[in-house]
Design a protein around this ligand. Structure first.
Ligand code: AP5
Length: 191
Protein backbone atom coordinates (compact mmCIF):
# COMPACT_ATOMS: atom_id res chain seq x y z
CA UNK A 1 0.00 0.00 0.00
CA UNK A 2 1.38 3.38 -1.06
CA UNK A 3 -0.43 6.43 0.29
CA UNK A 4 0.27 10.12 0.17
CA UNK A 5 -1.66 12.60 2.31
CA UNK A 6 -2.90 16.03 1.35
CA UNK A 7 -4.49 17.80 4.30
CA UNK A 8 -4.36 21.11 6.14
CA UNK A 9 -2.24 21.65 9.28
CA UNK A 10 -3.87 19.90 12.23
CA UNK A 11 -6.16 17.67 10.15
CA UNK A 12 -4.39 14.55 11.43
CA UNK A 13 -1.69 13.63 8.89
CA UNK A 14 0.67 12.59 11.70
CA UNK A 15 -2.06 10.86 13.71
CA UNK A 16 -3.63 8.94 10.83
CA UNK A 17 -0.28 8.37 9.12
CA UNK A 18 0.86 6.40 12.17
CA UNK A 19 -2.35 4.32 12.11
CA UNK A 20 -1.93 3.55 8.39
CA UNK A 21 1.74 2.64 8.80
CA UNK A 22 0.96 0.22 11.61
CA UNK A 23 -2.07 -1.32 9.91
CA UNK A 24 -0.46 -1.91 6.52
CA UNK A 25 3.10 -2.48 7.85
CA UNK A 26 4.51 0.29 5.71
CA UNK A 27 7.08 2.96 6.34
CA UNK A 28 5.84 6.41 7.45
CA UNK A 29 7.67 9.29 5.78
CA UNK A 30 6.94 12.55 7.63
CA UNK A 31 8.75 15.46 6.05
CA UNK A 32 7.92 17.95 8.83
CA UNK A 33 9.36 15.54 11.44
CA UNK A 34 12.54 15.08 9.38
CA UNK A 35 12.93 18.86 9.06
CA UNK A 36 12.27 19.49 12.78
CA UNK A 37 14.79 16.79 13.73
CA UNK A 38 17.42 18.56 11.66
CA UNK A 39 16.57 21.85 13.35
CA UNK A 40 16.81 20.41 16.86
CA UNK A 41 20.10 18.63 16.02
CA UNK A 42 21.43 21.88 14.54
CA UNK A 43 22.55 20.23 11.32
CA UNK A 44 23.50 22.37 8.34
CA UNK A 45 20.15 21.54 6.72
CA UNK A 46 18.39 22.42 9.99
CA UNK A 47 19.99 25.86 10.02
CA UNK A 48 18.83 26.43 6.42
CA UNK A 49 15.19 25.59 7.16
CA UNK A 50 14.71 26.86 10.74
CA UNK A 51 13.30 30.28 9.80
CA UNK A 52 10.91 28.81 7.23
CA UNK A 53 9.46 26.44 9.85
CA UNK A 54 9.20 29.14 12.54
CA UNK A 55 7.31 31.41 10.12
CA UNK A 56 5.06 28.69 8.72
CA UNK A 57 6.50 29.14 5.23
CA UNK A 58 7.43 26.41 2.78
CA UNK A 59 11.06 25.32 2.70
CA UNK A 60 12.68 25.26 -0.77
CA UNK A 61 11.57 22.46 -3.10
CA UNK A 62 15.09 21.11 -3.68
CA UNK A 63 15.41 20.32 0.05
CA UNK A 64 12.12 18.46 0.46
CA UNK A 65 12.49 16.63 -2.85
CA UNK A 66 15.94 15.37 -1.88
CA UNK A 67 14.48 14.15 1.44
CA UNK A 68 11.71 12.45 -0.53
CA UNK A 69 14.15 10.78 -2.92
CA UNK A 70 16.17 9.35 -0.03
CA UNK A 71 13.06 8.22 1.89
CA UNK A 72 11.47 6.51 -1.13
CA UNK A 73 14.71 4.69 -1.87
CA UNK A 74 14.76 3.43 1.72
CA UNK A 75 11.08 2.47 1.55
CA UNK A 76 11.69 0.49 -1.63
CA UNK A 77 14.49 -1.47 0.01
CA UNK A 78 12.34 -2.02 3.11
CA UNK A 79 9.42 -3.52 1.20
CA UNK A 80 7.77 -1.14 -1.26
CA UNK A 81 4.95 0.48 0.73
CA UNK A 82 4.82 3.91 2.36
CA UNK A 83 2.59 6.54 3.82
CA UNK A 84 3.83 10.00 2.89
CA UNK A 85 2.99 12.90 5.23
CA UNK A 86 3.82 16.41 4.07
CA UNK A 87 4.47 16.17 0.34
CA UNK A 88 3.18 17.57 -1.91
CA UNK A 89 2.40 21.13 -0.84
CA UNK A 90 2.35 22.64 -4.33
CA UNK A 91 1.58 21.53 -7.87
CA UNK A 92 5.30 21.74 -8.66
CA UNK A 93 6.02 19.32 -5.81
CA UNK A 94 3.18 17.02 -6.90
CA UNK A 95 4.65 16.70 -10.40
CA UNK A 96 8.23 16.33 -9.12
CA UNK A 97 7.17 13.73 -6.53
CA UNK A 98 5.36 11.79 -9.25
CA UNK A 99 8.51 11.77 -11.40
CA UNK A 100 10.69 10.61 -8.48
CA UNK A 101 8.20 7.88 -7.52
CA UNK A 102 7.76 6.74 -11.11
CA UNK A 103 11.52 6.41 -11.58
CA UNK A 104 11.48 3.97 -8.63
CA UNK A 105 8.26 2.25 -9.70
CA UNK A 106 6.72 3.55 -6.45
CA UNK A 107 3.87 5.85 -7.46
CA UNK A 108 1.04 6.31 -4.93
CA UNK A 109 -2.04 4.07 -5.01
CA UNK A 110 -4.13 6.54 -3.00
CA UNK A 111 -4.04 10.27 -2.30
CA UNK A 112 -5.74 10.63 1.08
CA UNK A 113 -7.40 13.99 1.69
CA UNK A 114 -8.36 14.70 5.32
CA UNK A 115 -10.98 17.45 5.24
CA UNK A 116 -11.54 19.89 8.12
CA UNK A 117 -12.49 23.54 8.56
CA UNK A 118 -10.11 26.24 9.73
CA UNK A 119 -11.69 27.01 13.12
CA UNK A 120 -11.53 23.35 14.18
CA UNK A 121 -7.88 23.21 13.06
CA UNK A 122 -6.86 26.43 14.82
CA UNK A 123 -8.39 25.07 18.05
CA UNK A 124 -6.49 21.77 17.79
CA UNK A 125 -3.16 23.41 17.03
CA UNK A 126 -3.44 26.03 19.79
CA UNK A 127 -4.15 23.17 22.21
CA UNK A 128 -1.12 21.24 20.96
CA UNK A 129 0.99 24.41 21.19
CA UNK A 130 0.26 24.65 24.92
CA UNK A 131 1.56 21.12 25.46
CA UNK A 132 4.31 20.56 22.88
CA UNK A 133 5.50 24.16 22.32
CA UNK A 134 6.08 23.69 18.58
CA UNK A 135 7.39 27.05 17.39
CA UNK A 136 4.80 27.20 14.57
CA UNK A 137 1.78 26.51 16.82
CA UNK A 138 1.03 30.16 17.64
CA UNK A 139 -2.16 31.73 16.30
CA UNK A 140 -0.61 34.07 13.68
CA UNK A 141 1.63 31.30 12.32
CA UNK A 142 -1.18 28.71 12.38
CA UNK A 143 -3.33 31.10 10.33
CA UNK A 144 -0.48 31.68 7.87
CA UNK A 145 0.00 27.91 7.45
CA UNK A 146 -3.74 27.48 6.83
CA UNK A 147 -3.83 30.32 4.29
CA UNK A 148 -0.89 28.77 2.43
CA UNK A 149 -2.64 25.40 2.44
CA UNK A 150 -5.90 26.84 1.05
CA UNK A 151 -4.09 28.86 -1.62
CA UNK A 152 -1.35 26.56 -2.91
CA UNK A 153 -1.84 23.04 -1.55
CA UNK A 154 -5.59 22.42 -1.79
CA UNK A 155 -5.66 22.99 -5.59
CA UNK A 156 -3.37 19.93 -5.93
CA UNK A 157 -6.35 17.72 -5.02
CA UNK A 158 -7.71 18.14 -8.56
CA UNK A 159 -4.56 16.47 -9.94
CA UNK A 160 -5.23 13.33 -7.88
CA UNK A 161 -8.94 13.39 -8.68
CA UNK A 162 -8.03 13.35 -12.39
CA UNK A 163 -5.70 10.40 -11.80
CA UNK A 164 -8.60 8.61 -10.08
CA UNK A 165 -6.75 8.00 -6.80
CA UNK A 166 -8.31 10.63 -4.51
CA UNK A 167 -9.94 9.46 -1.25
CA UNK A 168 -11.54 12.17 0.90
CA UNK A 169 -12.40 11.56 4.56
CA UNK A 170 -14.18 13.89 7.01
CA UNK A 171 -11.48 14.53 9.64
CA UNK A 172 -13.59 16.61 12.02
CA UNK A 173 -14.85 13.60 13.98
CA UNK A 174 -13.06 11.79 16.85
CA UNK A 175 -9.73 10.20 15.94
CA UNK A 176 -10.99 6.59 16.11
CA UNK A 177 -13.90 7.32 13.75
CA UNK A 178 -11.60 9.03 11.28
CA UNK A 179 -9.19 6.06 11.46
CA UNK A 180 -12.02 3.60 10.81
CA UNK A 181 -13.08 5.50 7.67
CA UNK A 182 -9.49 5.87 6.48
CA UNK A 183 -8.69 2.17 6.87
CA UNK A 184 -11.98 1.10 5.27
CA UNK A 185 -11.40 3.47 2.34
CA UNK A 186 -7.84 2.26 1.83
CA UNK A 187 -8.84 -1.41 2.11
CA UNK A 188 -11.48 -0.86 -0.58
CA UNK A 189 -8.85 0.66 -2.86
CA UNK A 190 -6.42 -2.19 -2.19
CA UNK A 191 -9.03 -4.87 -3.02
P1 AP5 B 1 4.31 19.54 9.09
O1 AP5 B 1 5.02 18.98 10.23
O2 AP5 B 1 3.91 18.63 7.99
O3 AP5 B 1 3.09 20.35 9.67
P2 AP5 B 1 1.61 20.65 9.17
O4 AP5 B 1 1.33 20.30 7.76
O5 AP5 B 1 1.36 22.05 9.56
O6 AP5 B 1 0.77 19.62 9.95
P3 AP5 B 1 0.73 19.34 11.52
O7 AP5 B 1 1.86 18.47 11.91
O8 AP5 B 1 0.54 20.60 12.28
O9 AP5 B 1 -0.66 18.59 11.59
P4 AP5 B 1 -1.10 17.15 11.10
O10 AP5 B 1 -2.03 17.25 9.95
O11 AP5 B 1 0.07 16.23 10.99
O12 AP5 B 1 -2.00 16.74 12.35
P5 AP5 B 1 -1.59 15.93 13.67
O13 AP5 B 1 -1.88 14.49 13.48
O14 AP5 B 1 -0.23 16.33 14.10
O15 AP5 B 1 5.17 20.69 8.41
C1 AP5 B 1 5.76 21.68 9.22
C2 AP5 B 1 6.52 22.68 8.36
O16 AP5 B 1 7.54 22.00 7.63
C3 AP5 B 1 5.71 23.41 7.29
O17 AP5 B 1 5.02 24.54 7.80
C4 AP5 B 1 6.84 23.83 6.33
O18 AP5 B 1 7.56 24.91 6.85
C5 AP5 B 1 7.74 22.61 6.35
N1 AP5 B 1 7.36 21.63 5.32
C6 AP5 B 1 6.85 20.37 5.52
N2 AP5 B 1 6.63 19.75 4.35
C7 AP5 B 1 7.00 20.62 3.38
C8 AP5 B 1 7.00 20.58 1.96
N3 AP5 B 1 6.57 19.50 1.28
N4 AP5 B 1 7.45 21.66 1.28
C9 AP5 B 1 7.91 22.75 1.93
N5 AP5 B 1 7.92 22.87 3.29
C10 AP5 B 1 7.47 21.81 3.99
O19 AP5 B 1 -2.69 16.51 14.67
C11 AP5 B 1 -2.63 17.85 15.13
C12 AP5 B 1 -3.24 17.90 16.55
O20 AP5 B 1 -4.62 17.60 16.47
C13 AP5 B 1 -2.62 16.89 17.52
O21 AP5 B 1 -2.57 17.45 18.80
C14 AP5 B 1 -3.60 15.70 17.47
O22 AP5 B 1 -3.60 14.97 18.66
C15 AP5 B 1 -4.92 16.42 17.23
N6 AP5 B 1 -5.87 15.63 16.45
C16 AP5 B 1 -5.60 14.86 15.35
N7 AP5 B 1 -6.74 14.32 14.89
C17 AP5 B 1 -7.76 14.76 15.68
C18 AP5 B 1 -9.18 14.53 15.70
N8 AP5 B 1 -9.77 13.75 14.78
N9 AP5 B 1 -9.91 15.14 16.65
C19 AP5 B 1 -9.30 15.95 17.58
N10 AP5 B 1 -7.96 16.18 17.64
C20 AP5 B 1 -7.20 15.60 16.69
Amino acid sequence: MRVLMVAPPGAGKGTQGAVIAEHFHVRRIAVGDLLRRNVSERTELGERVRTHLDRGELVPDEIVLELLRQALNEAKVAGDGYVLDGIPRTMTQALAAYRVARSLDMTADVALHLRADDEELVGRLLKRGEVEHRTDDTEPVIRRRLKLYREVTEPVLAFYARRGILLTVDATRPVEQVSADVLAGLAARAA
